[in-house]
Design a protein around this ligand. Structure first.
Ligand code: BG6
Length: 484
């Protein structure tokens, strides 16, 4: 597989929100950093809307100028905009895709000279309902025809289905058209700096190796909070809910990296093999270890049905049945319209046996990895209170990325993942069997919620969520430490 030669990136759904907010900015940032040079790369937008190249450029520009103009030159932006071409067409007929193929081929002929190889990346910034037909059209009309190497790759966004059966159906439909090495299922949490750091942290530090198990760790929390509600996405969100939107994918992927065994090597297949084993070891979820919530005011959104039962908050305890983790609760918690915006992993250690300082009430050792905002890792530990008395206090060993790596700009998740796709590195993408195992864990609970058997509890926007979730946390063994 060639990693050089002419590269065409096609963003399908180019006039939509995801493309505007995430895909195009990521492509521009890669260009700005010298990764997607205009003599090799061309970007194609494809959507149903009948607009011109300039219209698309203006749409992107009008969303961006507020935050991008400040950090880069207008010239660079203008230069980049001329890499973009727009083709309009429907998603389920050949005409538009044939036109797209013609445009890509023209670009390839122009760039390739004679012996070059062509690389075609199709980014589906589209609702999953059209994935099968779009993939069929790509296969039929737009495959790379070069006999001299090159490739065609497809990037798909979540949600990949709504439960095990629908996800399997989708996987089968796409799997009939493209091989697994051609498919890149994005979970953008896998592109976050501190998520990517997890393997290094765990397997390159002697500190952690002997401690990372049920003998020392009491409980693990993986938390996602947002301080805003569904904001214009009520229609989409109501069909999915917080478990499908955040927990079944983003938080579960993080859990895999926290809990997996050491892979044989850093090869993507070795890493993904270990992640699948973790997912397959998760026990069925118990009713008493689930709390669901819905914020007051959620149903005021005109796109949300009046009697919606969809959770905007959930705390779910997962239990991993293996030698390392038996008895350690993994508490996954996610909510919209809460009191803060934060995503973090909190690993709480057991109490010190035979404590001679009687400092138990001051809190346990805890290792916190803050994914966002302000990436950081800190360890809560007990130290002597400075002064004449022998008393103890909780303090922190703190590695804040903003302070420690002042010269480094942390890349956006989408930049990294698009670059990985171009490089053919699938390590940070979800493999089909991982997806299946993830749905197997949550499908029974999701069906009961859909059937109205499990009702969300109301909570106030701007709060911590339902009080019952904190009670569940305590029952699972979490001990509140000072300042949290
Ligand atoms: C998306 C969800 O996958 O992740 C959104 O659909 C959520 O509901 C978003 O807001 C959060 O991403 P981030 O990177 O801001 O934590």
């Amino acid at each position: 597989v060639s990693e050089t030669g002419c590269l065409s990136i096609v963003v399908l759904g180019a006039s939509g929100d995801l493309a505007k907010k995430k895909t195009f900015p990521a492509l521009f940032n890669l260009y700005r950093q010298g990764f997607l040079q205009s003599n090799e790369v061309h970007i194609f937008g494809y959507a149903r809307t009948k607009i011109s190249d300039d219209d698309l450029r203006n749409r992107i520009r009008s969303f961006w100028c507020v935050f991008l103009v400040a950090c880069c030159s207008i010239m660079l932006m203008t230069e980049w905009f001329y890499q973009i071409k727009y083709v309009s067409g429907s998603y389920d007929t050949e005409g538009g895709f044939r036109m797209l193929d013609k445009e890509i081929s023209l670009h390839e002929e122009f760039r390739n000279s004679t012996e070059g190889s062509s690389r075609r990346l199709f980014y589906l910034a589209l609702p999953p309902s059209v994935y099968p037909v779009v993939c069929r059209m790509i296969k039929l009309c737009c495959m790379n025809k070069s006999h001299l190497g090159g490739w065609t790759r497809i990037v798909v966004e979540k949600p990949f289905g709504k439960d095990l059966d629908s996800a399997e159906k989708l996987s089968n439909q796409i799997g009939e058209l493209f091989e697994e090495p051609q498919l890149y299922r994005i979970d953008h949490y896998l592109g976050k700096e501190l998520v990517q750091n997890l393997l290094v942290l765990r397997f390159a530090n002697r500190f952690f190796l002997p401690l990372w198990n049920r003998d020392n760790i009491d409980n693990v929390q993986i938390v996602f909070r947002e301080d805003f509600g569904t904001e214009g996405r009520g229609g989409y969100f109501d069909e999915y809910g917080i478990i499908r939107d955040i927990i079944q994918n983003h938080l579960l992927q993080v859990l895999c990296l926290v809990a997996m065994e050491k892979p044989v090597s850093l090869k993507p297949e070795h890493i993904r093999d270990e992640k699948v084993k973790v997912l397959q070891s998760v026990m069925p979820i118990k009713d008493e270890e689930v709390v669901l919530g819905q914020y007051n005011g959620y149903r005021d959104d005109p796109t949300v049905p009046d009697h919606s039962n969809t959770p905007t908050f959930a705390t779910v305890v997962l239990r991993i049945h293996n030698e390392r983790w038996e008895g350690v609760p993994f508490i996954l918690k996610a909510g919209k319209a809460l009191n803060s915006r934060k995503a973090e992993i909190r690993i709480q250690f057991k109490d010190v046996p035979g404590d001679i300082f009687r400092c138990k009430n001051q809190g346990r050792n805890e290792f916190v990895i803050r994914l966002q905002p302000s990436e950081a890792m800190y360890m809560k530990l007990t130290v002597k209170q400075p002064g004449l008395e022998m008393s103890t206090v909780q303090s922190e060993l703190d590695l804040s990325y903003g302070q420690r790596y002042q010269q480094v700009t942390i890349p956006e998740a989408y930049e990294r993942l698009i670059l990985d796709t171009i490089r053919g590195d699938q390590q940070h993408f979800v493999r089909r069997d991982e997806l299946r195992a993830a749905w197997e864990i949550f499908t029974p609970l999701l069906h009961r919620i859909d059937d109205g058997e499990f009702k969300p509890l109301p909570y106030q926007p701007g709060s911590r969520g339902p009080a019952e979730a904190d009670e569940l946390l305590e029952r699972a063994g979490y001990v509140q430490t000072h300042g949290y």
